[in-house]
Design a protein around this ligand. Structure first.
Ligand SMILES: [Zn+2]
Length: 272
């Protein structure tokens, strides 16, 4: 009886040991499995995050590629910074006058009280920044002529016709109501030295060269270039800069476009 009892104890202890071993083994395998699952989950999460980041980058790139909105500002409203005025597109109304004209704090060809030394606020601020940057580069810009009212244009154009005839006048000067200068967004610039003042040789001056390279950085474009006279209707005017804002000058450069007419898909305006 005692022997049976002993055997029973041995069996019981053995079973318990074997059982414990199995439980322990199972525990180890559970931990390993959980760790593997965690690794898989982490790998999956990383993969999902990478995919999401890639999608976000692709979406941003696609948005940047199509983002430029040509309708952001009107090309028709006379007080829009993108207004396109040419021989086919008079300002509407023809006697439009801006309401936010100011005198930029830069060297001026005429006295401060001359209305021709005024620009619209945004254009004046940009011109001040541009002149400051030019000064740092050793280039000295001066404002030759900016805003011209309808009435002033009547006399400017009238004098041109009287002195040179209508054909020449129309190639150099706008009829009243058709001039960019009437928008308060155009500036004729020259060196402080008056060298090549409103003359073709302005392109050879340090000021003329600097403007060709840098005006776009300040939202100004050279409006009448030598190769686009058939589009703009004007002979080249190296001194005439039009404020359109940095957004548009950046896009013009990106697309290699040099006229507002072509950029906005408007008809060429060689004549009235
Ligand atoms: Zn001009």
């Amino acid at each position: 009886m005692k022997r049976v009892y002993t055997v029973a104890i041995i069996i019981a202890v053995s079973c318990s040991l074997i059982g414990g071993g199995l439980v322990y083994k199972k525990h180890v395998s559970d931990v390993a499995q959980a760790a593997a699952q965690q690794r898989t989950a982490a790998a999956l999460k990383a993969k999902q995050q990478a995919a999401a980041a890639k999608l976000a980058a692709e979406t941003a790139a696609a948005a940047a590629a199509v983002a430029f909105n040509k309708q952001q500002y009107s090309a028709d409203a006379p007080d829009s910074i993108w207004v396109v005025a040419n021989k086919q597109r008079p300002l509407q109304p023809k006697d439009y006058a801006p309401t936010d004209l100011v005198v930029p704090q830069i060297p001026l060809r005429l006295g401060k009280n001359s209305s021709e030394m005024q620009l619209r606020q945004a254009a004046a601020t940009a011109l001040e920044s541009m002149t400051t940057a030019a000064e740092k580069a050793g280039v000295h810009l001066m404002l030759a002529s900016a805003y011209r009212s309808y009435n002033l244009q009547v006399s400017v154009y009238g004098n041109e016709v009287k002195n040179y005839g209508q054909a020449t006048a129309d190639s150099e000067s706008a009829r009243p109501g058709y001039s960019e200068h009437q928008t308060g967004l155009a500036a004729d610039l020259e060196p402080v030295s008056h060298q090549c003042e409103i003359a073709d040789c302005f392109v050879t001056t340090p000021e003329g060269k600097w403007l060709v390279a840098h005006a776009g950085e300040f939202g100004f474009m050279q409006r009448y270039t030598i190769d686009k006279t058939a589009v703009t209707g004007y002979r080249a005017e190296a001194w005439h800069f039009r404020y359109v804002g940095i957004g548009l000058t950046t896009e013009l450069q990106k697309q290699g476009s040099t006229t507002l007419e072509e950029f906005f898909g408007l008809p060429a305006a060689p004549s009235y």
